[in-house]
Design a binder for this molecule. Structure first.
Ligand code: NAP
Length: 284
């Protein structure tokens, strides 16, 4: 079984980012917005900052107290959204309960919405309009497959998970690549059997090591999107990676798989956002 590492794909995305930077007259800036001190958010913020700065991009964090009011947060968010020096925004979610997240999704400028949360960008993902921004994780899975030369057209793909963050947008992106997509969820009957029909299985469930060899067709490719903590406190995916040996032809590890590609996609989105702004400004 081939281990499909994220680092090789990240390196290819870095080359694209560096080429993109040559066409820009300034270094693009990402603003990460974090509310509260959730350790998962802090860890994602650290990882994204490290990756984007290593790609030659600028990153700043705006951190607000976990008990900030809905009104005060919206005021702060509006100011960041309107700031001409900010090329892209990544808002760490979920937001605390007192903040109406749907209002923020509607407020965010679609041109700065690098993680595809605005209704405009979601509609573009679903309609196959590539001019918007897809959620970075969903796009990272497609990059992982395409940059490893895994054909998608005509292939049967099972996506386990239907969240708006990963499963659904991923299913749409795969459909636009002409895959035949089956979207599975917690009510899917005979899940292992359904998954065993797939040439490519993508796990976006959030259940540690749930997917073992009984879900995998011989020689299928398995992409693990899950980020979980196992009973020993260790980071693990949705897939029991070791158990796939002898069944899958290739699989992504966790850590070291899709996670790092997600932040590389974020970097690519930031450069594209800046490039689109530059084009718009030059046509004024
Ligand atoms: P989520 O919102 O909790 O969605 C989980 C999905 O899995 C739901 O659609 C749920 O079905 C389905 N599911 C749950 N248990 C199932 C079961 N036993 N059988 C079949 N389907 C089941 O999670 P998410 O935000 O999509 O995230 C999924 C995983 O990806 C998490 O581990 C998360 O940490 C990880 N993630 C990774 C990245 C990255 O960069 N690599 C980014 C984001 C998320 P129902 O709809 O029926 O409830």
């Amino acid at each position: 079984m081939i281990t499909m590492k994220g680092a090789a794909v990240s390196a290819k995305l870095k080359e694209q980012v560096e080429k993109g930077l040559e066409t820009l007259t300034w270094v693009p800036k990402l603003t990460i917005i974090r509310v509260g001190e959730n350790p998962d958010d802090i860890s994602y913020e650290k990882g994204a900052t490290k990756k984007l700065t290593s790609f030659g991009l600028e990153v700043e964090s705006k951190v607000f107290p976990g008990d900030i009011s809905d009104e005060a947060f919206k005021r702060e968010f509006a100011a960041i959204n309107a700031d001409a020096s900010v090329d892209g925004i990544l808002m760490l979610r979920p937001l605390p309960k007192q903040i109406n997240e749907q209002d923020i999704e509607k407020m965010i400028d679609p041109a700065k919405d690098l993680d595809g949360i605005s209704p405009v960008n979601i509609a573009k993902v679903f309609s196959g309009d590539r001019s918007g921004f897809a959620p970075c994780t969903a796009e990272a899975v497609v990059c992982m497959l395409k940059m490893n030369d895994i054909a998608l057209s005509g292939k049967r793909v099972a996506v386990v998970g239907r969240s708006m963050v990963v499963g659904r947008p991923l299913s749409m992106l795969l459909l636009h690549e002409n895959a035949t997509v089956t979207i599975c969820h917690s009510k899917t009957a005979n899940l292992p059997e359904v998954c065993r029909e797939a040439d490519i299985l993508t796990a976006c469930v959030g259940k540690a090591a749930m997917i073992d060899h009984t879900y995998v067709k011989k020689d299928a490719v398995v992409i693990d999107v899950g980020i979980n903590v196992d009973e020993n406190g260790k980071l693990c995916g949705d897939v029991d990676f070791a158990d796939l040996e002898g069944t899958a032809s290739a699989a992504t590890p966790v850590p070291g798989g899709v996670g790092g590609v997600t932040t590389a996609v974020l970097a690519r989105h930031l450069v594209r956002a800046a490039w689109m702004k530059q084009e718009k400004n030059s046509n004024k």
